[in-house]
Structures are given as C-alpha cells and as structure tokens.
Design a binder for this molecule. Structure first.
Ligand code: C5P
Length: 223
C-alpha cells in the first residue's frame, strides 16, 4: 500500500519540479519515468544498438540493469553501475529519445516496470509521485490522485530556456521553440498526452508559481 500520485504533462509544464516538491512535502518517493526512456536511449547509443531496430531496442529495455533513485532530493539514474544522471539530460539524448518512446514494444516493457516500481516505492516510502506522459492513463489509471499539467507554449519555452540557463535572446527563443514544438509533435504520436482522461484533474500552470501548483495537488491528497 502507500499513496500513489500520477502526474502527466508535456515538456515545460513544470512537471518535474512540481513532482519533486510534492514528494518532498509528503516525505515520500518519486519515479521519473522519462528518465527510463532516456536510460534506454543512452544504453542503445552506448552499445551501438540501432534505435530504428525495434526488437533490439526492446531487448535492451527488457534486460537493462537500471537503478533509479527515488529520493526527491536527488534522484540518480544508474545503469550497470555507471551513474548517467547528468548524461541522460544532454541534447544528444533529448534529440534521440523519441525513437525509443514511440517504440510500442519498449513502451509495454517500461510501463510494466514503471507500475512495479511505483507500487514498490509507495509501499516502501509511504507514497510515490510518478511523473510522465501516460501515468494517469496507462501506468497507473488506479492511482489515488491523478493530475494532468498544462501550460501555454510561450510559458513552456520560457521555462525550458530557464532550465538550460540560457539568456532569452531571439536566437535561443527560436531554438527553444523549435525543440519544444518538435517534442510536442513527436510525443503526440505516442498518445493523447494533452487531454485529461476521465477522473483526471487538469491544472493549467500558466502564470502560476510552482508552490501554487503544489498546493493544489496536495489538496487532492487525502491525508
Ligand atoms: O520527460 P522527459 O523529457 O524526460 O521524457 C523523455 C522522453 O520520453 C520524451 O520523448 C517523452 O515523450 C517520453 N516519455 C514517454 N512516456 C513517459 C515519460 C516520457 O513517452 N511516461
């Protein structure tokens, strides 16, 4: 048992920061499911596996020796003893991870692993906040709390630039816009990420501070 909280949203919706804060307040664990797709992409590139080879990538996803830290204060990603926490956030991975995330064989495998990890973490730490794109719908449709975050395109680009500590010049704005829109498009092929399923609470975070969003989510948690 333990409280399960599912948070979905697109890149730049504030998902990661919000999830971490909610987990901190609850003194529970987190599960960053995007990190798992990134870890598979990293392992494939590292091992010379062609990302277009669906079966080969699925085999990597199935056998990957993955250790995910569930501490919100610093969730590490370790593959077969190598810490790749920083490495999986690089542009090299960000630009190629969609090939992994759109592989339906991989999705089935990771969704199953995510479900197990979420329940184990909730049982062990009292609660688990899992964030991603399909947590409210596929990984944990029976979670205690389910939330879909959204934000205007403009706001998401601003946050993405801030995340990367870039100055808001015209050039970086154009690059961010490019990246965010490409990710939206790539992601849209995976499922209906941007519409809330039945029973899922939708929160538009445009113009809201992180703490406002955290308070709203905590209000949904029966404590
Ligand atoms: O959230 P993040 O940018 O780390 O996600 C990495 C990639 O994995 C993105 O392409 C995202 O669409 C995909 N993803 C997914 N399902 C999830 C989490 C992430 O398809 N549950």
């Amino acid at each position: 048992s333990g409280v399960t909280i599912a948070i979905d949203g697109p890149a730049g919706s504030g998902k990661s920061t919000v999830s971490r804060r909610v987990a901190e307040v609850l003194e529970g664990g987190i599960l960053d499911t995007g990190a798992m797709y990134r870890a598979v992409a990293w392992a494939c590139l590292e091992g010379g596996v062609d990302l277009a080879d669906r079966e080969a990538v699925a085999a990597v996803a199935e056998t990957l020796e993955l250790e995910l830290g569930t501490d919100p204060a610093g969730a590490t990603v370790v593959v077969a003893g190598t810490d790749i926490t920083g490495e999986i956030r690089t542009e090299r991975i960000s630009t190629q991870v969609s090939a992994v995330a759109t592989n339906t064989l991989v999705r089935a495998i990771l969704q199953r692993r995510q479900r197990e990890l979420m329940l184990a973490t909730a049982a062990e730490r009292g609660s688990c906040v899992a964030e991603g794109r399909d947590i409210t719908t596929v990984v944990a449709p029976d979670a205690d709390v389910r939330v879909l975050l959204s934000a205007s395109e403009d706001e998401r680009m601003r946050r993405r630039a801030a995340e990367l500590s870039l100055d808001e010049t015209e050039e970086t704005r154009a690059r961010m816009s490019d990246q965010v829109l490409r990710r939206d498009r790539d992601d849209a092929t995976v499922s209906e990420f941007f519409t809330a399923a039945d029973g899922v609470t939708s929160i538009d975070t445009t113009g809201l501070g992180i703490d406002d969003v955290v308070v709203r989510i905590l209000a949904l948690v029966d404590r």
